[in-house]
Design a protein around this ligand. Structure first.
Ligand code: ATP
Ligand code: MG
Length: 334
């Protein structure tokens, strides 16, 4: 549990966008200088509003995009430098589960074909044992008996079943790290808990590590051990999940938490809701200093001028805010 499976250091990705005739190209600051690590067996969450760079981070890790700067160490090896068998192994070790299983599953292929493909591509099962392996995977993701689902197409499955196929596909190659990008946000509320429970059970069974990408703090609390909060391409707070929920230090985290529903009506009444003012600024031209200053209720001149560094305020709990620790947390505690 102590070994760092993944270490992301100062990772940066800017997308050039055409500035138009005679205008210089501009850049979307999708991911800006982010660092975090993930231990073997751990679930680490990245949370934040739409457009803050969560999916871009996932795509960089899955090698679907190339970083502009920074490093990603997997098992202490630089991912960008992997080639040959080591790269092939990385492509097996790191798998993704996507938000919308309907889009990520080929509609013209049966469940059997979808799950056979990675096994064939990677020579991961004996030819004669592939169907048996596929049935085993279906049973593991709760689609029992697996045989009855083998010849169905994605449109013949429910949303929850489709996501189970997405999970089974991620497991075909016995990965060590699964990156789950909003794995339950397209599902019915009643199905979400089932899929989250399945992911937790599979984690224990297969000794998996998860990078969980979500905007739903309820999901973070039920599944994850540690969390990084992103705002406009940057990580503004990193903490153990319990520490983040009891002592959120960044005003942005406090605002996010204050917007989550609380079951206890007494606590709900006591809680002060922080309403964030204004829109999320454009990632093409992020604000100076602290990027959150345009919406922060505690913003001062210093926040406009000086970018706050991440500093460790409590053991294992870091935050990038000049005034963290001095600004109220009661709004979020429950
Ligand atoms: N290929 C691309 N070209 C240009 N801009 C991009 C590209 N991919 C992402 N972006 C931009 O980068 C920023 C981060 O996008 P990203 O998809 O990582 O956000 P996200 O946190 O996953 O959002 P959501 O919660 O809506 O999925 C956004 O401003 C987005 O428009
Ligand atoms: Mg996304």
């Amino acid at each position: 549990m102590n070994h760092s499976l993944l270490q992301v250091r100062r990772l940066t990705k800017h997308f050039p966008v055409d500035g138009g005739w005679l205008r210089p190209p501009r850049h979307v600051h999708a991911v800006d200088d982010i660092s975090f690590s993930l231990k073997a067996g751990e679930s680490f969450a990245l949370v934040g509003e739409s457009g803050c760079g969560k999916t871009t981070t996932a795509r960089l890790l899955a090698k679907l995009e190339k970083p502009d700067a920074g490093s990603m160490l997997f098992d202490e090896q630089e991912v960008a430098e992997l080639s040959g068998p080591a790269l092939k192994q990385y492509n097996r070790d790191v798998q993704m589960i996507f938000q919308d299983p309907f889009e990520s599953l080929n509609p013209r292929r049966t469940v059997r074909a979808i799950l056979r493909q990675p096994l064939l591509n990677h020579d991961a099962a004996e030819k004669g044992e592939i169907d048996e392996t596929v049935v085993g995977l279906l049973n593991q993701v709760g689609m029992e008996p697996g045989e009855i689902f083998m010849d169905r197409y994605p449109h013949q499955l429910s949303g929850g079943q489709r996501q189970r196929i997405g999970i089974a596909r991620a497991l075909t190659l016995k990965p060590r790290l699964v990156i789950a990008d909003e794995p339950v946000s397209s599902l019915d509320i009643s199905i979400r808990a089932q899929i989250l429970n399945l992911l937790k059970a599979l984690q224990a069974q297969h000794d998996l590590s998860y990078l969980f990408i979500t905007h739903d703090l309820g999901v973070v609390r039920s599944v994850c051990d540690r969390v990084g909060v992103m705002y406009l391409g940057e990580i503004v707070e990193l903490a153990a999940v319990e520490s983040l929920f009891t002592t959120p230090l960044h005003p942005y985290t406090q605002a996010l938490l204050s917007a989550t529903p609380v079951a206890d009506p007494v606590k709900a009444r006591k809680r002060r809701r922080i309403i964030l003012e204004g829109e999320v600024p454009s990632a093409l031209d992020p604000p100076t200093g602290c990027r959150f200053h345009t919406r922060c209720p505690y913003s001062e001149k210093r926040c406009v001028e000086e970018k706050p560094a991440l500093r460790e305020l409590h053991p294992g709990h870091t935050v990038a805010c000049h005034f963290a620790g001095d600004v109220g947390v009661d709004a979020a505690a429950d």
